[in-house]
Ligand binder design. Structure first.
Ligand code: HEM
Length: 313
């Protein structure tokens, strides 16, 4: 009979994937990958799956507030047919670019750029767009580390301004390699940038339908009442970390009371359950072993239990 922990891990892996491929997270001894290796803010923050999970759905909703991004996703993504594959690949992108060896990290960025090369169109209001427009890439990129950093700051440990700046600077490498000319690298650049971008944002019919999909109420997939409740709590909880204007625009704004008594405690509980069930993520354990030049523990040796690793040669 499987334990409660196994069931939770299975559920997390169904939606998020395993991320323990040796060819991606293993590799040459001492290879630190793209974001700085052990000791970097990226490895600390993105290594906390619970923070990445708490941030995810809010980051996605922020990304699609840009009507060009929304149109591209709405008309050219298979998210309705294969939502788990999309969420696994999106999480995989964050983990590979942070913990993957340099070759694997560059490869996933190039692969996704190739996919984006085919994504373009014209919105209902006549505005033509292409996913590889550096400004669109910059917006989507920004929403990801921004949301993860906020989640970590709320639920793991408070980050100093200098730590946040370091994290954004490390992650900016990924944004630029993904096709952006410029992305914010400090908290003040982030705040100015979000304020500048605000006038481009919209909550249109496509966004409404997309939000319904996230909430499990669009009818695209069968959902139980409990799943819809959990999705509602997850989306509204994740959006508590975003600016008030975005929460008002998306109908996820609540009073301080509801936030403090209902949404934040629920997010905190989920956060604790994920940390308890998952322990150290396999991809991080493998990347740490790679960086230190030691053999990565295999899953059967218990990566999550931080099995001791043996020196190679
Ligand atoms: C740095 C910015 C971006 C990142 C990190 C990103 C991430 C990704 C990833 C990881 C995939 C592959 C998903 C898979 O293989 O299942 C993907 C596909 C896609 N992206 Fe992006 N994206 C970005 C920007 C954009 C923008 C600006 C648009 C729209 C204007 C867009 C629209 C799409 C679409 C339509 C797909 C195809 C999804 C599918 O096949 O279902 N992306 N993106």
């Amino acid at each position: 009979m499987s334990s409660m922990k196994d069931d939770i891990v299975a559920q997390i892996e169904l939606a998020g994937g395993r991320h323990d491929e040796a060819e991606i997270y293993g590799g040459a001894a001492g290879d630190l990958g793209l974001t700085g290796g052990p000791g970097s803010m990226s490895w600390e923050i993105n290594g906390d799956l619970a923070s990445v999970g708490a941030a995810g759905v809010g980051a996605i909703l922020m990304e699609v507030l840009h009507p060009s991004v929304m149109h591209g996703v709405f008309t050219q993504s298979s998210y309705r047919i294969n939502p788990y594959a999309r969420s696994r690949n999106t999480l995989g992108y964050v983990l590979r670019t942070t913990f993957g060896n340099t070759e694997a990290a560059i490869a996933v960025i190039e692969k996704v750029k190739k996919i984006h090369g085919y994504v373009n169109g014209t919105r209902a209001d006549g505005v033509a767009y292409r996913a590889l427009d550096p400004q669109l890439i910059a917006w989507v990129h920004t929403c990801i580390p921004w949301a993860i950093m906020m989640a970590f700051d709320h639920y793991n440990r408070p980050l100093s301004r200098a730590e946040k700046d370091r994290y954004l600077t490390e992650q900016a490498v990924i944004g630029r390699m993904g096709g952006a000319d410029w992305v914010p690298e400090t908290v003040s650049e982030l705040e100015d940038y979000v304020e500048r971008m605000r006038s481009f944002m919209a909550y249109n019919d496509q966004t409404r339908q997309f939000a319904d999909f996230l909430l499990g109420t669009s009818g695209d997939i069968a959902t139980t009442r409990r799943q819809r409740f959990e999705s509602w709590m997850g989306l509204h909880g994740s959006m508590t970390m975003m600016p008030d204007w975005a929460r008002k625009m998306t109908g996820t704004y609540h009073s301080e009371f509801v936030e403090r008594i209902v949404l934040r405690p629920n997010e905190k509980l989920k956060y604790r359950i994920v940390r308890w069930a998952m322990g150290e993520m396999p991809c991080k354990a493998m990347a740490l072993a790679r960086a230190a030049g030691v053999r990565a523990p295999t899953t059967s040796e218990g990566i999550a239990a931080s099995a001791p690793v043996r020196q190679v040669a």
